[in-house]
Design a protein around this ligand. Structure first.
Ligand code: PLP
Length: 388
């Protein structure tokens, strides 16, 4: 098997019960046939399930599917996306190390780098994607990792993955890519040289707003280090959530196709609307990094941003006029979702920091769902008009 769609459906572990769909392995531990087998498993001489904090058939199914999709060798599933972000950083960095990161990052990842890791003597510097020439100057003797997110949340900035792969190689850095916005279906950073790929599986991989989950994927030798860390610190995913996410992988391709088709239609429809300062979507020709988006992504993804004229007040009035679209903090759901990042997900950043990552006060993030596209457009249009 090798096609994304086939692997995402057909990879699954089997018991002797001849089940067709995977069962849920709600068990905290697994039995050993003998004292000798227990010893050998703990010594890593033979492979097998020991304890669900380490691994479980449901998390193994999920990891195997997403590894097949990403073209990575091995991985770990975690209880949330942030557990994956934290685990990948904390396991591979030491006191005194420095991280170079793209400025436009998910809010909590930004908090990790600026508030959590400095407690352990790990520092970071942000680089701007608009001046790649300057990144060489940002590398310090103790820089160990390049951490990027593309497309970024919510600015939809696209970082050149080919550039990132080459830059990391030239400076001997571990390249970590948060691939949450694109999903494994649209973009595979490992192809461009990423050593570690992280996901919030809560978003498109679940796709129906039910469970939290995360993934850390990559080269075997690095994943071994991450595995040591996660085994002993315990951010394991529950078997039930891993089962949900593994089932969700079966429909990821068809869902993403429709998310992208709907998002492109919505973005195209509203581009040029006189009530909007800007409409941003990676597969619109007007997107500043459109050429990179088409180079490294299969389609533009399910997220668009609309910047309303009239700033934060207008954005809030707009949100309060929506009739169908949900107002909630999630994204990548079958239901369309609106978020006002400046007052919610990115409110911890100063307005100066927000401006640097392209989050205007009037910017709205629209996660375009799988409802009929005409109904999504209709709701946005009436809310624009009533919020004047
Ligand atoms: C949501 C998100 C995360 C965090 O994931 P959780 O599952 O909410 O912990 C990390 N990165 C990006 C880009 C996200 O959108």
């Amino acid at each position: 098997m090798s096609h994304f769609e086939t692997d995402s459906i057909r990879i699954q572990s089997r018991t002797n019960e001849r089940e067709h769909s995977s069962p849920i392995f709600l068990t905290s531990s697994f039995t050993f046939d003998s004292a000798e087998e227990a010893r050998a498993m703990f010594a890593d001489e033979i492979q097998g399930n020991i304890y669900s904090r380490y691994a479980n058939p449901n998390s193994s199914d999920l990891i195997e599917k997403v590894c097949a999709a990403e073209g990575t060798q091995d991985g770990i599933a975690t209880a949330s996306g942030m557990a994956a972000m934290f685990g990948s950083l904390a396991s591979l960095l030491q006191q005194g190390d420095h991280v170079l990161a793209s400025r436009s990052l998910f809010g909590s990842t930004h908090q990790l780098l600026t508030r959590v890791f400095p407690k352990w003597g790990i520092s970071s510097t942000y680089g701007d994607i608009f001046d790649y020439e300057n990144w060489d100057k940002l590398v310090q003797p103790n820089t160990k990792m390049l951490f990027i997110e593309t497309p970024s949340n919510p600015g939809l900035e696209i970082i050149d993955l080919e550039w990132a792969g080459k830059f990391a190689e030239a400076h001997n850095l571990i390249l970590v890519v948060d691939n949450c916005f694109a999903s494994p279906y649209l973009q595979q950073p490992a192809k461009w040289g990423a050593h570690i790929v992280t996901h919030s599986a809560t978003k498109y991989i679940d796709g129906q707003g039910r469970v939290l989950g995360g993934l850390i994927l990559g080269k075997k030798e690095l994943i071994k280090e991450v595995q040591f860390f996660t085994r002993h610190t315990g951010p394991s995913i529950s078997p039930f959530n891993a089962w949900i996410l593994s089932k969700s992988m079966e429909t990821l391709a068809v869902r993403m196709d429709r998310h992208c088709e709907n998002a492109l239609k919505v973005a195209t429809y509203f581009e040029g609307n006189p009530e909007l300062e800007a409409v941003k979507y990676p597969f619109l020709k007007s997107h500043p990094q459109h050429h990179l988006a088409v180079k490294q992504m299969k389609a533009g993804g399910g997220i668009i941003t609309l910047t309303l004229k009239g700033g934060a007040d207008r954005a809030k009035r707009f949100i309060d006029q929506l009739q169908m679209i949900s107002v909630t903090a999630n994204l990548g759901d079958s239901r369309s979702i609106i978020t006002h990042p400046a007052s919610t997900t990115h409110s911890k950043l100063s307005s100066e920091e927000r401006a640097k990552v392209g989050i205007a006060d009037g910017l709205i993030r629209l996660s375009v769902g799988l409802e009929h596209v005409d109904d999504i457009i209709k709701d946005v249009e009436q809310a624009i008009s009533k919020s004047k």
